[in-house]
Ligand binder design. Structure first.
Ligand code: CP
Length: 326
Protein backbone atom coordinates (compact mmCIF):
# COMPACT_ATOMS: atom_id res chain seq x y z
CA UNK A 1 0.00 0.00 0.00
CA UNK A 2 1.47 3.36 -1.10
CA UNK A 3 -1.38 5.62 -0.03
CA UNK A 4 -3.99 5.37 2.71
CA UNK A 5 -6.36 8.28 2.23
CA UNK A 6 -9.75 6.56 1.95
CA UNK A 7 -11.47 3.17 1.83
CA UNK A 8 -10.84 3.24 -1.94
CA UNK A 9 -7.12 2.64 -1.24
CA UNK A 10 -7.95 -0.70 0.41
CA UNK A 11 -8.41 -3.80 -1.74
CA UNK A 12 -9.78 -6.05 1.01
CA UNK A 13 -11.33 -4.39 4.08
CA UNK A 14 -12.03 -7.73 5.79
CA UNK A 15 -8.37 -8.67 5.50
CA UNK A 16 -7.32 -5.28 6.94
CA UNK A 17 -9.70 -5.72 9.90
CA UNK A 18 -8.29 -9.23 10.48
CA UNK A 19 -4.75 -7.84 10.31
CA UNK A 20 -5.58 -5.20 12.96
CA UNK A 21 -7.06 -7.84 15.27
CA UNK A 22 -4.07 -10.15 14.73
CA UNK A 23 -1.75 -7.27 15.69
CA UNK A 24 -3.88 -6.62 18.77
CA UNK A 25 -3.30 -10.25 19.78
CA UNK A 26 0.47 -10.10 19.01
CA UNK A 27 1.61 -6.45 18.98
CA UNK A 28 5.32 -7.20 18.51
CA UNK A 29 5.08 -10.06 16.00
CA UNK A 30 6.51 -7.78 13.26
CA UNK A 31 8.98 -5.77 15.35
CA UNK A 32 11.71 -6.27 12.70
CA UNK A 33 9.60 -5.06 9.77
CA UNK A 34 10.21 -1.38 10.46
CA UNK A 35 13.86 -1.62 11.46
CA UNK A 36 15.84 1.36 10.05
CA UNK A 37 12.64 2.86 8.65
CA UNK A 38 11.39 6.29 9.72
CA UNK A 39 7.81 7.52 10.01
CA UNK A 40 7.25 11.28 9.97
CA UNK A 41 3.96 12.55 11.40
CA UNK A 42 3.06 16.04 10.23
CA UNK A 43 0.27 17.87 12.03
CA UNK A 44 -1.31 21.04 10.70
CA UNK A 45 -3.97 20.75 13.46
CA UNK A 46 -4.30 19.42 17.05
CA UNK A 47 -4.57 15.74 17.93
CA UNK A 48 -4.46 13.35 20.90
CA UNK A 49 -5.52 9.91 19.67
CA UNK A 50 -4.17 10.04 16.13
CA UNK A 51 -0.78 11.32 17.25
CA UNK A 52 -0.24 8.84 20.10
CA UNK A 53 -1.80 5.76 18.48
CA UNK A 54 0.10 6.18 15.20
CA UNK A 55 3.39 6.79 17.04
CA UNK A 56 2.85 3.71 19.20
CA UNK A 57 1.85 1.65 16.15
CA UNK A 58 5.10 2.57 14.42
CA UNK A 59 7.15 1.78 17.54
CA UNK A 60 5.47 -1.65 17.76
CA UNK A 61 6.73 -2.31 14.22
CA UNK A 62 10.27 -1.25 15.13
CA UNK A 63 10.15 2.08 13.25
CA UNK A 64 11.73 5.37 14.26
CA UNK A 65 9.18 8.16 14.56
CA UNK A 66 9.45 11.93 14.20
CA UNK A 67 6.57 14.31 14.86
CA UNK A 68 6.33 17.78 13.36
CA UNK A 69 3.69 20.20 14.65
CA UNK A 70 3.81 22.19 11.45
CA UNK A 71 1.10 24.61 12.54
CA UNK A 72 3.05 25.71 15.64
CA UNK A 73 6.69 24.90 14.93
CA UNK A 74 7.11 24.97 11.15
CA UNK A 75 7.33 27.75 8.59
CA UNK A 76 4.06 29.15 7.29
CA UNK A 77 3.41 27.21 4.06
CA UNK A 78 2.40 28.54 0.67
CA UNK A 79 0.24 26.12 -1.31
CA UNK A 80 -0.62 28.13 -4.44
CA UNK A 81 1.59 28.02 -7.51
CA UNK A 82 2.61 31.14 -9.36
CA UNK A 83 2.39 33.54 -6.41
CA UNK A 84 5.15 35.94 -5.47
CA UNK A 85 5.75 35.03 -1.85
CA UNK A 86 5.98 38.54 -0.46
CA UNK A 87 3.29 37.98 2.21
CA UNK A 88 3.11 35.89 5.37
CA UNK A 89 4.03 32.50 3.85
CA UNK A 90 7.71 31.56 4.12
CA UNK A 91 8.11 28.16 2.46
CA UNK A 92 6.30 26.52 -0.46
CA UNK A 93 4.69 23.11 0.02
CA UNK A 94 6.73 21.92 -3.00
CA UNK A 95 9.99 22.25 -1.05
CA UNK A 96 8.64 21.49 2.43
CA UNK A 97 6.99 18.19 1.43
CA UNK A 98 9.96 17.13 -0.71
CA UNK A 99 12.38 17.77 2.16
CA UNK A 100 10.27 15.74 4.58
CA UNK A 101 10.27 12.93 2.00
CA UNK A 102 14.08 12.99 2.09
CA UNK A 103 14.06 12.26 5.83
CA UNK A 104 11.22 9.75 6.06
CA UNK A 105 10.24 6.42 4.49
CA UNK A 106 6.54 6.99 5.23
CA UNK A 107 4.77 10.25 6.06
CA UNK A 108 1.49 10.89 7.86
CA UNK A 109 -0.38 14.15 7.38
CA UNK A 110 -3.25 15.80 9.26
CA UNK A 111 -4.78 18.74 7.42
CA UNK A 112 -8.28 19.87 8.40
CA UNK A 113 -10.56 21.83 6.06
CA UNK A 114 -10.73 25.59 6.49
CA UNK A 115 -14.54 25.40 5.95
CA UNK A 116 -14.39 28.61 3.88
CA UNK A 117 -14.22 27.34 0.29
CA UNK A 118 -16.04 24.04 -0.30
CA UNK A 119 -14.38 23.31 -3.63
CA UNK A 120 -10.91 23.86 -2.20
CA UNK A 121 -11.66 21.57 0.77
CA UNK A 122 -13.41 18.86 -1.28
CA UNK A 123 -10.63 18.86 -3.89
CA UNK A 124 -8.22 18.02 -1.03
CA UNK A 125 -5.78 20.55 -2.45
CA UNK A 126 -3.37 20.62 0.49
CA UNK A 127 -3.36 16.86 1.05
CA UNK A 128 -2.95 16.01 -2.63
CA UNK A 129 -0.11 18.49 -3.11
CA UNK A 130 1.68 17.04 -0.09
CA UNK A 131 1.31 13.51 -1.50
CA UNK A 132 2.53 14.65 -4.92
CA UNK A 133 5.61 16.50 -3.73
CA UNK A 134 6.83 14.33 -0.80
CA UNK A 135 7.60 11.30 -3.01
CA UNK A 136 7.05 8.64 -0.31
CA UNK A 137 3.99 6.65 0.85
CA UNK A 138 1.48 8.76 2.82
CA UNK A 139 -1.09 7.85 5.44
CA UNK A 140 -3.91 10.30 6.12
CA UNK A 141 -4.12 11.35 9.75
CA UNK A 142 -7.40 13.13 8.79
CA UNK A 143 -7.74 15.28 5.73
CA UNK A 144 -10.31 17.89 4.73
CA UNK A 145 -12.93 15.30 3.79
CA UNK A 146 -11.94 11.96 5.35
CA UNK A 147 -10.50 10.28 8.49
CA UNK A 148 -9.76 6.73 7.30
CA UNK A 149 -7.69 5.57 10.30
CA UNK A 150 -10.66 6.45 12.52
CA UNK A 151 -13.12 4.65 10.26
CA UNK A 152 -10.97 1.54 10.12
CA UNK A 153 -10.80 1.52 13.93
CA UNK A 154 -14.58 1.92 14.01
CA UNK A 155 -15.09 -1.05 11.70
CA UNK A 156 -12.62 -3.12 13.73
CA UNK A 157 -14.56 -2.22 16.90
CA UNK A 158 -17.93 -3.20 15.43
CA UNK A 159 -16.53 -6.44 14.01
CA UNK A 160 -14.83 -7.29 17.30
CA UNK A 161 -17.81 -6.59 19.57
CA UNK A 162 -20.64 -7.98 17.45
CA UNK A 163 -21.76 -11.33 18.79
CA UNK A 164 -23.63 -13.24 16.07
CA UNK A 165 -24.30 -16.07 18.51
CA UNK A 166 -26.24 -13.89 20.99
CA UNK A 167 -29.66 -15.40 21.48
CA UNK A 168 -31.48 -12.35 20.01
CA UNK A 169 -28.86 -11.46 17.40
CA UNK A 170 -29.81 -10.57 13.87
CA UNK A 171 -27.87 -11.92 10.92
CA UNK A 172 -26.09 -8.56 10.62
CA UNK A 173 -25.81 -5.63 13.05
CA UNK A 174 -27.77 -2.46 12.35
CA UNK A 175 -25.34 0.48 12.47
CA UNK A 176 -26.67 4.06 12.64
CA UNK A 177 -24.61 7.20 12.11
CA UNK A 178 -26.50 9.76 14.19
CA UNK A 179 -25.97 13.51 13.85
CA UNK A 180 -25.52 15.30 17.20
CA UNK A 181 -25.69 18.95 18.29
CA UNK A 182 -22.63 21.22 18.61
CA UNK A 183 -21.85 24.90 19.15
CA UNK A 184 -19.34 25.19 16.30
CA UNK A 185 -19.35 24.26 12.62
CA UNK A 186 -17.30 21.04 12.49
CA UNK A 187 -15.79 19.31 9.42
CA UNK A 188 -17.56 16.42 7.67
CA UNK A 189 -14.37 14.30 7.53
CA UNK A 190 -15.34 11.77 10.22
CA UNK A 191 -18.95 11.19 9.07
CA UNK A 192 -17.97 11.18 5.37
CA UNK A 193 -15.34 8.59 6.05
CA UNK A 194 -17.51 6.52 8.40
CA UNK A 195 -20.26 6.53 5.75
CA UNK A 196 -17.85 5.38 3.04
CA UNK A 197 -16.43 2.55 5.16
CA UNK A 198 -19.83 1.40 6.44
CA UNK A 199 -21.32 1.50 2.93
CA UNK A 200 -18.47 -0.69 1.73
CA UNK A 201 -18.95 -3.04 4.72
CA UNK A 202 -22.68 -3.16 3.95
CA UNK A 203 -21.94 -4.01 0.30
CA UNK A 204 -19.75 -6.85 1.56
CA UNK A 205 -22.56 -8.20 3.76
CA UNK A 206 -21.01 -7.22 7.08
CA UNK A 207 -23.77 -4.92 8.42
CA UNK A 208 -26.81 -2.74 7.64
CA UNK A 209 -26.16 0.99 7.57
CA UNK A 210 -28.43 3.99 8.22
CA UNK A 211 -27.64 7.72 8.53
CA UNK A 212 -29.85 10.06 10.57
CA UNK A 213 -29.55 13.83 10.39
CA UNK A 214 -31.83 16.87 10.52
CA UNK A 215 -32.89 18.45 7.22
CA UNK A 216 -30.03 20.55 5.82
CA UNK A 217 -27.24 18.40 7.26
CA UNK A 218 -27.10 15.80 4.47
CA UNK A 219 -23.56 14.69 3.60
CA UNK A 220 -22.21 14.92 0.06
CA UNK A 221 -23.94 12.13 -1.88
CA UNK A 222 -20.86 10.30 -3.11
CA UNK A 223 -20.00 9.37 0.50
CA UNK A 224 -23.41 7.93 1.36
CA UNK A 225 -24.39 5.76 -1.59
CA UNK A 226 -26.08 2.59 -0.36
CA UNK A 227 -26.95 4.02 3.07
CA UNK A 228 -30.53 4.38 4.27
CA UNK A 229 -31.10 8.08 5.01
CA UNK A 230 -33.49 9.39 7.67
CA UNK A 231 -34.42 12.77 9.10
CA UNK A 232 -36.01 11.19 12.17
CA UNK A 233 -33.56 10.08 14.87
CA UNK A 234 -36.08 8.02 16.86
CA UNK A 235 -37.17 6.06 13.79
CA UNK A 236 -33.59 5.58 12.59
CA UNK A 237 -32.25 4.19 15.87
CA UNK A 238 -35.18 1.80 16.40
CA UNK A 239 -33.67 -1.66 16.89
CA UNK A 240 -30.13 -0.34 16.24
CA UNK A 241 -27.20 -2.41 17.49
CA UNK A 242 -24.62 0.39 17.15
CA UNK A 243 -25.22 4.14 17.25
CA UNK A 244 -22.27 6.21 16.04
CA UNK A 245 -22.75 9.72 17.39
CA UNK A 246 -21.08 12.65 15.63
CA UNK A 247 -21.72 16.27 14.83
CA UNK A 248 -21.00 17.72 11.43
CA UNK A 249 -21.80 21.04 9.81
CA UNK A 250 -23.92 21.53 6.72
CA UNK A 251 -22.41 20.58 3.35
CA UNK A 252 -25.07 22.61 1.52
CA UNK A 253 -24.68 25.77 3.63
CA UNK A 254 -20.94 25.23 3.78
CA UNK A 255 -19.08 26.55 6.84
CA UNK A 256 -22.24 27.98 8.42
CA UNK A 257 -23.56 27.22 11.89
CA UNK A 258 -27.21 26.38 11.19
CA UNK A 259 -30.05 26.24 13.69
CA UNK A 260 -31.04 22.68 14.50
CA UNK A 261 -34.11 21.07 16.05
CA UNK A 262 -34.40 19.78 19.62
CA UNK A 263 -34.10 16.11 20.46
CA UNK A 264 -30.93 15.07 18.63
CA UNK A 265 -28.69 14.25 21.63
CA UNK A 266 -28.42 10.53 22.45
CA UNK A 267 -29.28 9.82 26.10
CA UNK A 268 -30.59 6.84 28.08
CA UNK A 269 -34.20 7.55 27.02
CA UNK A 270 -33.22 7.33 23.35
CA UNK A 271 -31.14 4.23 24.08
CA UNK A 272 -34.37 2.45 25.09
CA UNK A 273 -35.52 2.69 21.45
CA UNK A 274 -32.50 0.67 20.29
CA UNK A 275 -31.58 -2.99 20.56
CA UNK A 276 -29.51 -2.12 23.69
CA UNK A 277 -27.13 -0.46 21.23
CA UNK A 278 -23.45 0.09 21.80
CA UNK A 279 -22.69 3.79 21.45
CA UNK A 280 -19.61 5.04 19.63
CA UNK A 281 -17.94 8.43 19.13
CA UNK A 282 -14.53 9.19 17.65
CA UNK A 283 -13.64 11.63 20.49
CA UNK A 284 -13.04 14.32 21.58
CA UNK A 285 -16.67 14.66 22.69
CA UNK A 286 -18.46 17.54 24.40
CA UNK A 287 -20.36 15.91 27.25
CA UNK A 288 -24.07 16.65 27.53
CA UNK A 289 -23.97 18.71 24.35
CA UNK A 290 -23.15 16.02 21.75
CA UNK A 291 -23.69 12.93 23.89
CA UNK A 292 -25.14 12.44 27.38
CA UNK A 293 -22.70 11.72 30.23
CA UNK A 294 -25.02 8.94 31.40
CA UNK A 295 -24.22 7.08 28.17
CA UNK A 296 -20.49 7.88 28.18
CA UNK A 297 -20.21 6.64 31.77
CA UNK A 298 -22.53 3.68 31.27
CA UNK A 299 -22.20 0.09 30.06
CA UNK A 300 -23.22 0.82 26.45
CA UNK A 301 -20.35 3.17 25.69
CA UNK A 302 -17.61 1.85 23.39
CA UNK A 303 -15.70 5.12 23.09
CA UNK A 304 -12.57 4.05 25.01
CA UNK A 305 -12.49 0.61 23.37
CA UNK A 306 -12.82 2.35 20.00
CA UNK A 307 -9.98 4.79 20.78
CA UNK A 308 -7.85 1.83 21.87
CA UNK A 309 -8.42 0.21 18.49
CA UNK A 310 -6.92 3.25 16.76
CA UNK A 311 -3.54 1.72 17.65
CA UNK A 312 -4.17 -1.63 15.92
CA UNK A 313 -5.74 0.01 12.90
CA UNK A 314 -2.77 2.32 12.42
CA UNK A 315 -0.43 -0.63 12.92
CA UNK A 316 -2.24 -2.68 10.25
CA UNK A 317 -1.96 0.19 7.76
CA UNK A 318 1.73 0.89 8.52
CA UNK A 319 2.47 -2.83 8.27
CA UNK A 320 0.84 -2.96 4.82
CA UNK A 321 2.89 0.07 3.75
CA UNK A 322 6.15 -1.34 5.12
CA UNK A 323 5.53 -4.58 3.24
CA UNK A 324 5.50 -2.63 -0.03
CA UNK A 325 8.79 -0.89 0.89
CA UNK A 326 10.81 -4.01 1.66
N1 CP B 1 -10.51 10.84 16.93
C1 CP B 1 -9.39 11.54 16.68
O1 CP B 1 -8.89 11.62 15.55
O2 CP B 1 -8.84 12.10 17.78
P1 CP B 1 -7.68 13.20 17.75
O3 CP B 1 -8.24 14.38 16.98
O4 CP B 1 -7.41 13.53 19.19
O5 CP B 1 -6.49 12.64 17.05
Amino acid sequence: MKLFSSVHDVTDIKQLVSSALALKASPYAHIDLGKNKTLGLVFMNPSLRTRLSTQKAALNLGMNVMVMNMDKEGWALETQDGVIMNGTTVEHIREAAAVMGEYCDILGLRSFPKLQNRDEDYNEEFFNKFVKFCGVPVVSLESATRHPLQSLADLVTIHETWDPYRIDAKAKPKVVLAWAPHIKPLPQAVPNSFAEWMSRAQAEGMLDFTIAQPEGFELEESFTSGAKISHNLDEAIADADYVYVKNWSSYKEYGKLLDFPEGWMMDNEKLKLTNNAKVMHCLPVRRDLELASEILDGPNSLVIHEAGNRLWSAQAVLKAMLETLT
